[in-house]
Design a protein around this ligand. Structure first.
Ligand code: SF4
Length: 373
């Protein structure tokens, strides 16, 4: 573990023309939009890694977090038409459209009775055919089955949809969900905030201000949340940094984000299949710049399902301190061509963290330590 740059790393960083950014980081001075764009532009990935790794190790040393969780995607029917999405189907009855009965959805958790998981993660399409009670009963059903589980459910996009469809404010939506068992919300649906890219990617779902407002209300009500950025489709580096700065500004205000999760674009089975997927180089660079720009968010997570296990392992030296969890049954990115397994066991997660020279620590959703592996 290092918290200061060695002479060689320092030379490398300065040789890459990043001495002024290093000096700012040394002095605890916040990076600007221009700094972020320059970091994205540097071809010297080793210099970038040295800076990002130092920030990671200042916070967490060698510790790398993971958890034991299960994903439930109860329906893929979705009124929205995000062009990068391979998971959704527009209408009930369309080929490959599905909506689980409550019994089926709760059954995903029931099937794991006796297993040491700590979290259920629920994300769905925006289904026009379901009543509000479906979502409340889903949470109640899971809590009845496993009161010990933390339920992290419904992206800001879904919360906004619930508020509009069922005629409530964000606060009313949250209060009813909390009563039914909601523990926190995931970070999905942020995609890219900048209006140029957002208009092309996902014009018919909540805009950037709405997404941020949902999280603002969640944080005010005492819920913690995560935040994400979809990278590697049509956005520019300036738009990536703009996205990070909007998240940083809300975090200054509320302090409610736990983790930033850059999500790598996949191109299969969606309208962007003419695009190349992001390279390993671009992925590592994005994680590193995230760690350096988001000075007020504790954790940077590599979601191994989207990134691939080997690349996720590499990110642990590019600013990342969390590798997500066991997952169990993932649909969203496998429908977009992800080649990763559907699940990794606890032992496999521990081993891949150890093989990267880090110390695995099992956490719960709110980053309480469950066990040091
Ligand atoms: S990304 Fe979410 S909101 Fe957009 S089409 Fe897919 S499921 Fe629907």
């Amino acid at each position: 573990m290092v918290t200061e740059l060695g002479t060689l790393s320092r030379r490398r960083v300065d040789g890459a023309g990043l001495a002024d950014i290093r000096e700012k980081l040394d002095a605890g001075v916040r990076l600007t939009m221009e700094d972020g764009v320059r970091l994205f532009a540097t071809p010297d990935l080793t210099a970038l890694a040295a800076l990002a790794n130092r920030e990671r190790e200042r916070r967490w040393g060698d510790v790398t977090f993971f958890n034991r969780n299960v994903h439930v995607n109860a329906t893929n029917v979705c009124e929205a038409s995000c062009i990068f999405c391979s998971f959704s189907r527009l209408k009930t009855g369309d080929a490959a459209a599905y909506t689980m009965s409550l019994q089926e959805a709760v059954g995903k958790v029931k099937a794991l009775r006796g297993e040491l998981i700590t979290e259920v993660h629920i994300v769905n399409g925006l289904n026009p055919d379901l009543p509000w009670s479906y979502y409340l009963d889903l949470l109640r059903g899971i809590k009845a089955e496993r009161p010990d589980l933390h339920i992290k459910a419904f992206t800001a996009v879904e919360i906004h949809y619930f508020a509009e469809k069922y005629g409530m404010t964000y606060e009313q939506v949250f209060r009813e969900l909390i009563d039914a068992g909601l523990g926190s919300i995931p970070g999905g649906g942020a995609e890219i905030f900048h209006p140029r890219a957002r208009k092309k990617l996902c014009d018919d779902k909540v805009d950037a201000d709405g997404w941020l407002e949902v999280h603002r209300v969640a944080h005010r009500l005492g819920l913690r949340s995560n935040c994400t950025m979809l990278f590697g489709s049509i956005e520019t580096n300036e738009e990536r940094v703009d996205h990070m700065l909007r998240l940083r500004a809300l975090q200054d205000e509320t302090g409610g984000f736990q983790t930033f999760i850059p999500l790598r674009f996949h191109h299969e089975n969606n309208k962007l299949n003419r695009l190349r997927e992001p390279t390993a180089f671009d992925s590592l660079r994005t994680y590193a710049v995230s760690r350096l720009m988001l000075d007020n968010i504790d954790h940077i997570k590599a979601y191994w399902v989207m990134l691939g296990v080997e690349l996720a392992q590499l990110t642990l030296s590019w600013g990342v301190d969390d590798i997500d969890g066991t997952v169990r049954e993932e649909r969203i990115y496998h429908m977009a061509g992800a080649r990763t397994p559907q699940t990794l066991g606890r032992a496999e997660l521990v081993q891949l963290i150890r093989d990267a020279g880090r110390i695995p620590v099992e956490r719960d959703t709110l980053y309480h330590v469950v066990a040091e592996a």
